[in-house]
Design a protein around this ligand. Structure first.
Ligand code: FES
Ligand code: FES
Length: 180
């Protein structure tokens, strides 16, 4: 037992990689080439992003990097050093969901739910840069995200609801600012 303990302590540890995720700073001992998805799920216990294809093709692992949607399964963790990563957990929680999350809850846009992380993060990214997309723009944004259960109708409904809820949130924020 002692020998295996000392053998494992002789194994060089990977250098620490410093990350900012959901507004918090972390240092993780991983290889810089490790996929961001594995680091988020295994080291930071952020399980919103899902492992689907592992090839950048299904969208289940989507996160935001500096506000832009990115596929965490094919992004090495070194690629986000000095940048801000946002996961599904960073948009809100059960007690206080963000507008995009709330829209998907209201529309019950899930069957198994596995694809929803990607759908929500894609819509969130879209609405951050284009607050009032039309149906065609929403469809274009989601065209590379796969849903094996076929809940596309409900997902599109949720995306339209997200547009409305984000508009409401902006109006409320505006009213609060002008009331100050
Ligand atoms: S798991 Fe990343 S795109 Fe499929
Ligand atoms: S709800 Fe099951 S994969 Fe989309």
């Amino acid at each position: 037992m002692h020998s295996s303990d000392s053998a494992s302590s002789d194994v060089p540890r990977p250098p620490g990689v410093r990350l900012s995720v959901n507004g918090r700073s972390h240092t993780v001992e991983v290889e810089p080439a490790a996929p961001l998805l594995f680091v988020l799920r295994n080291d930071l216990a952020l399980n919103g992003p899902k492992y689907g294809c592992g090839l950048g093709e299904c969208g289940a692992c989507t996160v935001l990097v500096d506000g832009v949607a990115a596929r965490a399964c094919v992004m090495p963790v070194r690629g986000v050093i000095g940048r801000e990563v946002t996961t599904l957990e960073g948009l809100g929680d059960v007690a206080c969901p963000g507008p995009t999350q709330q829209a998907f809850i209201e529309c019950q846009a899930a069957q198994c739910g596995y694809c929803l992380n990607g759908m929500i993060m894609m819509i969130e990214a879209l609405l951050r840069r284009q607050p009032a997309p039309d149906e065609a723009r929403i469809r274009q944004e989601l065209r590379h995200n796969l849903c094996r259960c076929g809940t596309h109708v409900e997902i599109l409904q949720a995306a339209r609801r997200a547009v409305a809820l984000h508009a409401q949130a902006r109006e409320t924020a505006c009213a609060k600012r002008s009331g100050q």
